[in-house]
Design a protein around this ligand. Sequence first.
Ligand code: NAG
Ligand code: NAG
Ligand code: NAG
Length: 486
Amino acid sequence: MSKAELVLIPTPGTGHLISAVEFAKLIIKHDQRISILVIIFHIPIHSTTTKVNTYIESQSLAVDPQRITFLTLPSLPDSDIPDPASSNFFNNMVQLQKPLVKQAIMDRLIKPVAFVFDLMCVNLVDIAKEFQLPCYVYFTAGASLLNLMFHFQALFDDHGIDISTAYSNLSDNVGLGLDLPGFRNRVPAKVLPSSLFDKDSGFAMFFNHLSRKFRETDGILVNTFMELEPGIIQCLQEQDKIPEVYPVGPILALHDDNNGGDREPVMRWLDEQPDSSVVFLCFGSMGSFDEDQVREIANGLDRSGQRFLWALRRPISESSYVLPSENETFEDALPPGFLDRTAHRGKIIGWAPQVQVLAHRAVGGFVSHCGWNSILEAIWFGVPIATWPMYSEQQINAFEMVKEVQVAVEIRMDYQRNLMNKDANFMVTSSEVENGVKKLMSMDDAMRGRISKMKNISREVLECDGSSYTSFTCFISKVLQSVGDQ
Ligand SMILES: *[C@@H]1O[C@H](CO)[C@@H](O)[C@H](O)[C@H]1NC(C)=O
Ligand SMILES: *[C@@H]1O[C@H](CO)[C@@H](O)[C@H](O)[C@H]1NC(C)=O
Ligand SMILES: *[C@@H]1O[C@H](CO)[C@@H](O)[C@H](O)[C@H]1NC(C)=O
């Protein structure tokens, strides 16, 4: 019998949303007494609205309605919607949801016991305060990003140091790198999440604002595990101005059957390949390249001689936010003869069922954009990564996996595309692709051992008495204890 309702408010973009819903499922599995109200709002720009709706519909049918309820907030009138091109767009959108969320809570028969906000929605802590309820953040990225966010915000607020202007100075000290809290190695400035702390775009202000809001919460649940980022998590846990940090991951959507596309041909092709022989290249939902870069990758794969499965997508058009069709590939950008030459050992697809591919015995390596979910999935299935970051904090994730955890090889750690104009800072050459792929597929036993060990740990931490399980238990007892206090 449920007696405590948690309110969970995810960011309605597929990565964040799916992770948050999996988190909700884990909570109710963990404790019979808790039920969850998931409040969904819409961001009226990209084609994600349909995707979000479809996803929520399928999840509503899949979960126990007594335990997880989905509630979609009414859309805002068009006249209220802020300018999507402004850097403050997302924050304003969240701000505008406040009265709607408040109303939704007041309409409930029973008062909830606590709020959990996605990291991007942390502005809503004000509502928790109005209702005098504890609130938590669900942080879908790694502890390394959380740590950097706090660090940069403290530099700015306490010491007047603006990290975005400091970058140019820092970059001059190439080779030296920075001594950052929680990292064992010095961190090169070029792998810092500069796009998130870019003053001109206004993102720096937004991220510092988020960090300040994090400090007002009662705890931060991070989709990671202690054994993966020990130094960084410890560093966070030791600071008294940072709320309790709970590493509760890896939280993965392993059984999501509703992710579109036809997986049959891909899986059939993989079935025909030898064990651990295929390099899988996939760059995430936002990951696409221009034609010149596509040719470099193709030539690199061609010369590597490796088997490959390449999720290749047309670039997202600049004028619209519409994502390209999921099964539309980009074959006209390939070098002449490439498809014929590689037909016996390679397959190009427009959309990849990533989890199923990584789980397949034929896959021996993963060229990845190093989005946090992708990293956790690769670790879960013990697939070595070759890093090719693209956006947001992916460069620091790549650095962490290559240098700190040592479960990945580098193609590049400092490649960057600008989210707005899609410009890249440089081109990755075909030789870099060729060498990276060869290195990935001929990795030494020491690294294989570390990957196998981390794979095992990533599963053990979720079992009874594992580190994430214990962390979860602490969080839940804190939430339930606050019920007792009322
Ligand atoms: C960058 O370097 C210049 C010259 O060394 C110095 O005056 C300035 O304060 C530095 N800026 C930052 C943000 O560290
Ligand atoms: C994509 O694939 C689906 C199902 O496999 C199909 O119904 C749809 O027409 C395809 N779209 C394009 C643009 O080819
Ligand atoms: C991981 O677990 C498997 C299966 O239990 C075991 O065979 C393997 O030796 C473990 N690997 C390491 C490095 O502990």
